[in-house]
Design a protein around this ligand. Structure first.
Ligand SMILES: [Zn+2]
Length: 449
C-alpha cells in the first residue's frame, strides 16, 4: 500500500484491515477551525469543519454544529483560509523554464516521461495545484504520466492532457508533440487517434493556417468523441475561425502589441456568449508573465528559488540556469514591454463580452516555473487587473471543474466530492499572494503537506 503512494505523502485514506468489503474501513480526518471558501462564491464559512472519509469529503459544517467524529485525525486550520485545491488550466509539463526551445526539444525528449514531466507535476502539486490541464506534449508520455499520477504511483495534480498539438504543420524538430493536418480526412484521423489513445481535450493551434474544411473537421471530430477543443488564439484569424467552428475554450491574451480586439471579434464573442444553450465560452488569458516580465528582468531573485529545481537532475538545472542568466536578452520577451500596456484593455474586452475566465499560466515557458506560476496568475488578476479575489479563486477552482465536466467530483468543497483541499495561513480574500506558500495540501484524501 505505502509502496504505491507518493514519497512523503501522509496516509489519511483507506486502511484495508482484512479481506472482503465488510472488513474495509476508511480512516477519517477533519480539517477544523479555518475560514472556508467553498468555491461557490458565497460568504466564507467561519470556524469550518470538513470531515474527510477515505478520498472523499463526508461532511462540511461549523464548529459547534458539526461534530468531529470520534477517532478522527484532526488537522487544525485555525487562522487559515481553506479552499478547494487549485486548478491550472494551461501547463506544459514537458518544459521547465528553459529559454531555448530548439535546444530543449533536441536534448531532452528521452527524459520527458521519466524525469521532466514527473518533476513538473510534483512542483505543481506542492504549489497547491491539485488539478492541471497539460496542453501539448508527446502522446504516450502524456497518457502515461497522467495515469501514473491517477494511480497514486507518483505525486502530481489530477491531469487532463491533450497530447500533441493539432496544427497545419509541425515546426521542424517538434514532430513528437505537434501533429500536422493535411486535409479534412487527415484532421479527423488525427483526432480519432488521439481520442482512441484516451486524451482529455484537443489542443488546436495555428488554425488560421488551416483550410476552413480542416478546422471544421478537427473540431467536429473532437466533439463527436466528447472532447472539448482548446484553441490557441494569439492571432485574430485564430479567434475568428475558432468561433466560427465551435472551439470551446480560447487561450492567451493575444494580438501581440495591437491595442485591442477588433470590433468584429468582440461582436462574435458577444453573439457566442449570448447563446446559452451552448454553455459558457471559456478563455484562459495566461497573462501574468506578460505583465511581470519587466519586473522579473530587473528583480530576478525569484529565478534562484530552489522550488523549481525539485525533482530535476543537476545537469538539467544547470542548463536551465545558463539559458536564463540574462533575462534582459531573451528574444522571447523583447516585444513584451510594448505589449504590456495593451493587456488590461484586452482582458477587459473579454470580460465585458461575457466569457468565463479560467486561471492558466503557460507554466514551463521561459522563466515560468511550475512551482510558482499559478499563484502569480491569481495575483495579477487581483492586484493588476482588479478582478475580485473571490472571482479569481473561482477561475481556479469551480469554473475549471465545470469546463472539464468533472464538477460532480471536484472544484468545490462539498460533501461527496474528492477531498482536494488546500489551506493557507491568513486571509486570501484580502491578500491573494498568500497562496505562494500553501500550508496544507490534501489531494483525494491524501495529505501532501
Ligand atoms: Zn501553452
Amino acid at each position: 500500500m505505502t509502496g504505491r503512494l507518493p514519497a512523503g505523502a501522509v496516509i489519511l485514506a483507506v486502511a484495508l484491515t482484512g479481506p472482503g468489503p465488510s472488513a474495509q474501513t476508511s480512516s477519517v480526518t477533519a480539517l477544523v477551525g479555518g475560514t472556508l471558501i467553498d468555491g461557490f462564491g458565497g460568504a466564507p464559512i467561519r470556524n469550518s469543519v470538513i470531515v474527510i472519509e477515505g478520498e472523499r469529503i463526508k461532511a462540511v459544517g461549523q464548529v459547534g454544529t458539526l461534530p468531529v467524529p470520534p477517532g478522527a485525525e484532526v488537522i487544525s486550520t485555525e487562522g487559515m483560509s481553506v479552499l478547494p485545491g487549485l486548478w491550472d488550466m494551461h501547463v506544459h509539463l514537458m518544459i521547465n523554464g528553459h529559454a531555448d526551445y530548439a535546444h530543449w526539444d533536441r536534448t531532452y525528449p528521452a527524459q520527458f516521461e521519466t524525469v521532466i514531466m514527473p518533476a513538473s507535476a510534483r512542483q505543481l502539486l506542492m504549489a497547491g495545484v491539485t488539478s492541471a490541464r497539460d496542453l501539448g506534449a508527446p502522446l504516450e508520455a502524456s497518457i502515461n504520466v497522467r495515469d501514473r499520477i491517477n494511480a497514486g504511483r507518483i505525486p502530481g495534480p489530477t491531469l487532463y492532457v491533450s497530447g500533441p498539438f493539432i496544427q497545419k504543420a509541425p515546426y521542424p524538430g517538434t514532430e513528437l508533440f505537434r501533429w500536422g493536418v493535411n486535409g479534412a480526412a487527415d484532421g479527423r484521423a488525427k483526432v480519432k487517434k488521439l481520442a482512441g489513445a484516451g486524451v482529455d481535450v484537443i489542443k488546436l493551434i495555428d488554425q488560421d493556417q488551416m483550410s476552413m474544411e480542416e478546422v471544421g473537421a478537427v473540431v467536429d471530430e473532437a466533439h463527436l468523441h466528447g472532447l472539448m477543443v482548446v484553441g490557441h488564439s494569439h492571432r485574430p484569424e485564430e479567434v475568428r475561425r475558432g468561433l466560427a467552428f465551435g472551439v470551446d475554450n480560447f487561450e492567451h491574451t493575444g494580438l501581440s502589441s495591437a491595442p485591442e480586439y477588433p470590433a468584429d471579434i468582440v461582436t462574435m464573442l458577444a453573439e457566442r456568449t449570448a447563446n446559452m444553450s451552448r454553455g459558457p465560452l471559456y478563455w484562459t488569458p495566461t497573462i501574468e508573465g506578460l505583465f511581470n516580465y519587466e519586473y522579473l528582468r530587473d528583480n530576478p531573485e525569484q529565478l534562484d528559488d530552489p522550488a523549481w529545481e525539485v525533482g530535476l537532475p543537476p545537469e538539467i538545472i544547470k542548463d536551465i540556469r545558463q539559458s536564463i542568466a540574462n533575462p534582459d536578452r531573451l528574444p522571447y520577451f523583447q516585444l513584451t514591454p510594448i505589449r504590456r500596456p495593451t493587456l488590461a484593455r484586452k482582458f477587459r474586452q473579454l470580460s465585458d463580452a461575457g466569457v468565463v475566465m479560467l486561471v492558466g499560466t503557460d507554466s514551463g515557458i521561459p522563466m515560468k516555473f511550475h512551482s510558482s506560476s499559478t499563484w502569480r496568475e491569481l495575483d495579477a488578476w487581483v492586484n493588476i487587473l482588479g478582478v475580485p479575489p473571490m472571482q479569481a479563486i473561482r477561475g481556479a477552482t469551480y469554473w475549471p471543474s465545470v469546463a472539464m465536466k468533472v464538477d460532480r467530483d471536484v472544484g468545490t468543497v462539498t460533501p461527496g466530492k474528492y477531498a482536494d483541499i488546500i489551506a493557507v495561513k491568513g486571509d486570501v480574500l484580502r491578500y491573494i499572494a498568500l497562496l505562494q506558500r500553501v500550508d496544507v495540501i490534501v489531494k483525494r484524501g491524501v495529505r501532501h503537506r
